[in-house]
Design a binder for this molecule. Structure first.
Ligand SMILES: C[C@H](O)[C@@H](O)[C@@H](O)C(=O)CO
Ligand SMILES: [Mn+2]
Length: 593
């Protein structure tokens, strides 16, 4: 099951443009042109889904577009249909600025067919020149190999770019108009928890909503949550969430521990209701509370005032970030611990691009092979051989990161919720223990999720940082989770914190700059947190960042996979500098710098 925020899902408009000369030329192209549009729509709708599981939707113009009148008719149709991005396709020469999508606010791309019978590529270049002069970034898609005029197959390199553009464009569309819900505010001086409303508005088109943590307490004390669901959730929790070792010197009694379980289950229901609302609350007489805050992401401050008194947010955050709970297998929510809103956005990017649940971690410790040898007497091998980074944080790591799910090849993975089996969800829960929160940190108690990511998975860690004088920047590192032998893991984990979820991360290094070695990746990381997504999605993140005008300051994606608006080329032949200059020149999508 999934949840839906208020508003319809974004759509992609497909625009077949054509040489408008009748008496032969236009007629000869009509079928091929419209077929390109239909093929592109089939490719997108057949391969891409939203995190809710619903398929992407394409809207094709009623006619081919040979001039400005048909372009205007198409724009009118797209507006009515709720189109939020366009893909223009053509096999032929067309009149660039006469047929183009002239809406500066829609993410756009053009696919110019690589065929010589008619110059689709010439139109592509002409249109891009027009966009350059108008200052409207547009993605350029042009296949490497020449295709015959009647060839309607979409080659792999074209497919990759169409799908990459579509994913980023729909991520942009899904964020617009939704909220970041800050429950509490500043957490332990973590600057990401001092939510920057201008960043959310100007760059993401999102609102920022602020609710005091007292609201959570009020709803606990007044029972403002679905009482039937609460009973179901509590018994599910008792059955599926096994309490772990209590590492505290002074331990709470059974009565207190039971109360803490009840409280963290209530917190889970309440945080979810605060995000997306709950019609049941209206039936209970709580109209305003039933509406929620239309929040695609929330952050729970927790530390320290709440956690100095009440059970911590580790259980609610971990369960909400997972793909399953007492209601069964479902779409994950995005909940940032310590209210780190920038890591919450980083999680959201991964979620919207992959439809999977996300890991939230402290980027805690770089372990060289030498240090591991010194403290454990053991040698790091395989992908860990060059050193590893300890990703660990109380709270917001999805239980999907236990790596108990399997792909068709039998490898560990993290899947969209609709591909996860009951057995896999149970295995993720079984691989997790819930020790009492460490009282020296969490005086109010609570239950932390404890597991080790067991399995090697391709992953991408990313992070948005706000830099005075620049604005937001994105950094990312593709790499793998590594499954350390338990006799190494237990020694390293015990000296860090044995009650929290651990993912051992080996970034892909290339001997250059931030990726000189694993140490450099850690040394270049711009904050205490990182958001980790399943898969090597760096190229998708880079396209999304360009669409949002967020420059990328660090990545290990091969240059031939970089897909940014063609206009970026005009800002210089060195991609990173060009990216910064172009983002600076065009500024955020929704506001002013
Ligand atoms: C329990 C501790 O306060 C942790 O929450 C803290 O070290 C962090 O995670 C900082 O990001
Ligand atoms: Mn942290």
């Amino acid at each position: 099951m999934s949840y839906r925020l208020i508003g319809s899902l974004p759509k992609i408009g497909i625009r077949p443009v054509i040489d408008g000369r009748e008496e032969g030329v236009r007629e000869s192209l009509e079928a091929q042109c419209m077929e390109m549009a239909q093929n592109a729509a089939r490719l997108i709708e057949g391969n891409l889904r939203f995190p809710s599981g619903e398929k992407y939707q394409c809207v094709i113009a009623d006619t081919t577009i040979g001039g400005v009148a048909e372009a205007a008719q198409c724009a009118e149709k797209f507006k009515k249909e709720g189109v939020t991005a366009t893909l223009t396709v053509t096999p032929a020469w067309c009149y660039g600025t006469e047929v183009m999508d002239s809406d500066p606010n829609l993410p756009k791309a053009i696919w110019g067919f690589n065929g010589t019978e008619r110059p689709g590529a010439v139109y592509l270049a002409a249109a891009l020149a027009g966009y350059a002069q108008k200052g409207i970034p547009c993605f350029s898609i042009y296949g490497r190999e020449v295709q015959d005029a009647g060839d309607t197959e979409i080659h792999d390199d074209v497919k990759e770019k169409i799908l990459r553009f579509a994913k980023a464009a729909m991520a942009v569309g899904q964020m617009q108009g939704t909220s970041y819900l800050s429950i509490g505010y500043g957490s332990m001086g973590i600057v990401g928890s001092m939510v920057d409303q201008n960043f959310f508005h100007d760059y993401l088109g999102m609102r920022t909503e602020f609710v005091d943590q007292m609201e959570v307490l009020r709803r606990i004390e007044k029972g403002i949550f679905d009482q039937d669901e609460y009973q179901k959730a509590l018994s599910w929790t008792k059955e599926n969430c096994t309490e772990g070792t209590d590492y505290n010197q002074t331990q709470s009694d059974a009565e207190r521990k039971a109360w803490e379980w009840e409280t963290v289950v209530k917190m889970t229901l309440i945080i979810r209701d605060l995000m997306i609302g709950n019609p049941k609350l209206k039936e209970m007489g709580y109209g305003e509370e039933s509406l929620g805050r239309n929040a695609l992401i929330s952050g729970f401050q927790g530390q320290r005032q709440w956690t100095d008194h009440m059970p911590n947010g580790d259980f609610p955050e971990a369960i909400l970030n997972s793909s399953f709970d007492w209601n069964g297998i479902r779409q994950a929510y995005m909940v940032a611990t310590e209210n780190d809103s920038l890591n919450g956005v980083s999680m959201l990017f991964g979620h919207l691009l992959t439809n999977t649940a996300q890991i939230f971690s402290d980027v805690r410790t770089y372990w060289s092979a030498e240090s591991v040898q010194r403290v454990s007497g053991k040698t790091l091998t395989g992908k860990a051989a060059n050193g590893i980074i300890h990703l660990i944080n109380s709270g917001s790591t999805t239980l999907d990161a236990t790596a108990e799910q399997r792909n068709a090849q039998g490898d560990s993975c993290m899947k969209p919720y609709w591909d996860i089996s009951e057995a896999e969800a149970e295995a993720c829960l079984e691989a997790t223990r819930w020790p009492q929160g460490i009282k020296e940190y969490f005086r109010g108690g609570g239950y932390s999720s404890q597991f080790k990511t067991r399995g090697e998975m391709p992953v991408t860690m990313c992070r948005i940082n706000l830099i005075k004088g620049i604005g937001p920047v994105l950094q990312l590192a593709e790499g793998w989770t590594v499954d350390l032998d338990n006799d190494i893991h237990e020694i390293l984990d015990a000296r860090t914190n044995p009650t929290w979820p651990t993912t051992w991360f080996a970034p892909r290094i290339n001997g250059k700059g931030p990726f000189t070695d694993v140490y450099s990746v850690m040394a270049h990381w711009g904050a205490n947190h990182g958001a980790i997504s399943y898969g090597h999605i760096g190229a998708d993140l880079i396209t999304l960042a360009a669409m949002l005008r967020i420059p990328v300051n660090m990545h290990n994606v091969p240059q031939d996979k970089l897909f940014r608006p063609a206009l970026w080329n005009a800002f210089g032949s060195e991609p990173e500098g060009a990216d910064y200059r172009a983002c600076e020149a065009y500024g955020p999508r929704y506001g002013i710098k």
